[in-house]
Write a protein that binds this ligand. Structure first.
Ligand SMILES: *[C@@H]1O[C@H](CO)[C@@H](O)[C@H](O)[C@H]1NC(C)=O
Ligand SMILES: *[C@@H]1O[C@H](CO)[C@@H](O)[C@H](O)[C@H]1NC(C)=O
Ligand SMILES: *[C@@H]1O[C@H](CO)[C@@H](O)[C@H](O)[C@H]1NC(C)=O
Ligand SMILES: *[C@@H]1O[C@H](CO)[C@@H](O)[C@H](O)[C@H]1NC(C)=O
Ligand SMILES: *[C@@H]1O[C@H](CO)[C@@H](O)[C@H](O)[C@H]1NC(C)=O
Ligand SMILES: *[C@@H]1O[C@H](CO)[C@@H](O)[C@H](O)[C@H]1NC(C)=O
Ligand SMILES: *[C@@H]1O[C@H](CO)[C@@H](O)[C@H](O)[C@H]1NC(C)=O
Ligand SMILES: *[C@@H]1O[C@H](CO)[C@@H](O)[C@H](O)[C@H]1NC(C)=O
Ligand SMILES: *[C@@H]1O[C@H](CO)[C@@H](O)[C@H](O)[C@H]1NC(C)=O
Ligand SMILES: *[C@@H]1O[C@H](CO)[C@@H](O)[C@H](O)[C@H]1NC(C)=O
Length: 515
């Protein structure tokens, strides 16, 4: 048997030429066999007419040309040369390679964007599979190319399919995934590339709130749904659309973690409910999460009547009961038209804690401060005003300078004259509560006043006048005896007591032992 001298590789569908090497130019006859000449009939002979198979032809009277190769054309061919009755044979092995073809790539679970890029859910286990037809078996591999980087091969097998599984995906898994199948015989290869994006939905639900714009009195509706990739689509609509009664037609969509819709202010906004729908590409087909915000104009609660003593301090309180967005609270004085907004500073202190605003007036003056105050609360849905009437009463202050309750020295500043303290404080009785008494002599100018003067002892540290204990005031007398019953330890008891007279006399004793 002749030895194989040559191996020729052909590809299915293409043509190939099998040479009959060293053939003599004067050869009488050249015959080709697909197999052993003894075992099979000649496939083609230079002496014969056209062969049965039209794909076969001779080149240079000796080489066999086969077009449109088929896999079954592969095998051992023998070329037989007859010259002067001597026969020479030699052998060519033909290998027919086919493919790769029908390369199929799938990434699942995944969905495709209009531009062909596929996206997966970060939380999923993703299977990358690739199949191909090839003879002989192809070498198949996946490569991954992150943006602006070089590709890296992450799996390679000899076989018609390759499967790779990825878990715990993150953004760094985004990029181009290519599957390549290569025919080891022909070296021909085919590649399919898919761009992959790793998406994830926002972890929670959208949050809505209303706010007043910095400039103007515009209503801003905020809808915030962070933490997703890509950004969600947020859509503001009116919850209950009443087109006939509403000048508000809100249907606005934005892309981003926060979507702000701005509306001009109107009383019609009161009671309106707006809804934000969060739409994320990974939650398509599911119930879209929403949040709503209801707009309400402010309403107010105030104490309409307040009293302050001359030289004293008073706080006017105003509470906004319902207001969305939160109202801006301001204090005004209606001494003139238009009303003047009170600016904090000087004797005015304006503080706000949550929805409660306090206007504190220090060193009350009858002329400057008595009158009406207006608490004004305003948001884009409305405006509310409430009046507070302030009465300023005369106040006499007894300044106590001693360091011990029993040695109290009382001084008076009073437009009515000097009050005098007759004697010192006397401790009365034993045990608890401890009683103290002190006697005052009222100034002559006061004597003709209403005779029902009452001296009231109040604990300025406590809740108003609760600790007031006992007073003794004789009608026409100018002598007032006041007894303080002090609960507990007498050394602490003197701290911050003051006496108030029901009409226009107040004695204040600022006294703290140990301080
Ligand atoms: C063909 O010829 C070459 C040189 O021309 C020679 O080396 C080789 O052995 C020959 N082959 C055969 C089968 O005669
Ligand atoms: C092929 O053979 C024929 C006759 O047998 C001859 O006329 C022709 O010249 C040959 N061709 C070549 C290229 O050798
Ligand atoms: C062709 O010849 C080689 C040895 O030269 C052998 O291994 C192979 O099996 C043969 N092929 C066929 C189809 O007979
Ligand atoms: C072939 O044989 C003939 C006679 O039989 C002879 O004349 C001729 O030279 C031979 N040719 C070769 C190439 O051997
Ligand atoms: C396809 O669309 C996505 C989303 O818009 C984009 O991020 C990506 O770059 C696009 N890819 C190509 C190849 O255009
Ligand atoms: C993926 O390949 C496409 C086409 O070559 C290219 O436009 C795109 O930028 C690539 N994407 C990445 C993330 O490299
Ligand atoms: C695939 O086959 C080729 C040739 O037989 C071999 O060199 C290579 O190592 C094989 N690769 C794998 C991954 O088995
Ligand atoms: C809101 O706008 C979107 C598109 O911008 C539209 O598809 C939808 O029908 C609108 N909804 C209403 C209630 O008008
Ligand atoms: C202030 O408000 C009170 C109560 O409404 C009103 O009687 C008074 O006339 C107002 N004063 C001014 C100056 O507007
Ligand atoms: C309080 O007001 C009076 C009169 O307006 C003024 O004389 C006095 O200095 C003020 N006291 C304080 C502590 O501001």
């Amino acid at each position: 048997t002749p030895v194989t001298e040559e191996v020729i590789i052909g590809e299915a569908g293409k043509s190939v030429v099998l040479m009959c090497r060293n053939v003599s130019e004067r050869a009488d006859e050249v015959d080709w066999f697909h197999g052993d000449p003894g075992a099979v009939p000649p496939l083609f002979s230079s002496n014969a007419t056209l062969p049965e198979d039209a794909r076969l032809s001779l080149v240079d009277n000796s080489s066999l040309h086969i077009s449109v190769l088929r896999p079954q054309d592969g095998g051992n061919y023998t070329c037989k040369e007859v010259l002067n009755e001597t026969v020479r044979e030699h052998r060519v092995q033909l290998l027919v390679a086919s493919g790769p073809s029908n390369l199929a790539v799938s990434i699942s679970p995944a969905a495709a964007l209009p531009n062909g890029t596929v996206y997966v859910d970060k939380r999923d286990t993703v299977m990358f599979s690739c199949t191909s037809n090839s003879h002989p078996e192809p070498t198949m591999g996946w490569t991954f190319q992150p943006p602006n980087s070089t590709p890296e091969t992450f799996t390679e097998v000899n076989g018609t399919s390759t499967v790779y599984i990825l878990q715990n995906l993150s953004l760094r898994f985004q990029g181009n995934y290519s599957c390549t199948a290569r025919n080891p015989l022909s070296g021909r290869s085919e590649t399919s590339t898919k761009e992959l994006l790793v998406y994830y939905p926002p972890p929670s639900v959208p949050r809505c709130w209303a706010q007043t714009a910095q400039v103007g009195l515009m209503l801003q509706l905020f809808c915030n749904w962070p933490g997703g990739y890509p950004h969600p689509v947020l859509q503001w609509t009116e919850e209950e659309r009443d087109l006939e009664n509403s000048s508000w037609v809100v249907n606005a969509t934005g892309t981003g973690d926060t979507h702000v819709e701005t509306l001009s202010s109107s009383r019609l906004l009161h009671g309106k409910e707006f809804k934000c729908v969060g739409i994320h590409i990974l939650k398509q087909g599911k119930v879209e999460p929403t949040c709503t915000v209801q707009i309400s104009a402010p309403s107010l609660a105030t104490e309409p009547l307040k009293t302050c003593f001359v030289g004293g301090t008073v706080s006017l309180t105003c509470q906004v009961m319902e207001s969305n967005p939160p109202a801006r609270i301001s204090w005004l004085r209606n001494v003139s038209q238009p009303e003047v907004e009170i600016r904090p500073g000087g004797r005015y202190l304006v503080t706000q804690e949550g929805s409660v605003s306090n206007l504190t007036i220090q060193n009350c003056s009858h002329d400057a401060d008595e009158g009406y105050y207006i608490c004004k609360a305003e948001n884009p849905a409305g405006l509310k005003e409430a009046y507070v009437s302030l009465t300023v009463k005369r106040l006499d202050i007894a300044a106590v300078t001693s360091s011990s309750l029993l040695e109290t020295k009382v001084q008076f500043r009073s437009p009515l004259g000097e009050w005098r303290k007759a004697g010192g404080w006397k401790k009365e009785g034993r045990g608890s509560p401890v009683a103290f008494s002190v006697t005052f002599i009222c100034p002559p100018a006061h004597r003709n006043q209403d005779s029902n003067d009452v001296l009231v002892l109040v604990d300025s540290d406590g809740e108003g006048e609760e600790e007031r204990e006992e007073e003794e005031a004789t009608g026409n007398s100018n002598v007032h005896r006041v007894t303080a019953l002090v609960n507990g330890n007498s050394t602490q008891a003197g701290c911050g007591y003051h006496f108030t007279e029901s009409k226009h006399l107040a004695l204040e004793m600022h006294h703290c032992t140990g301080k």
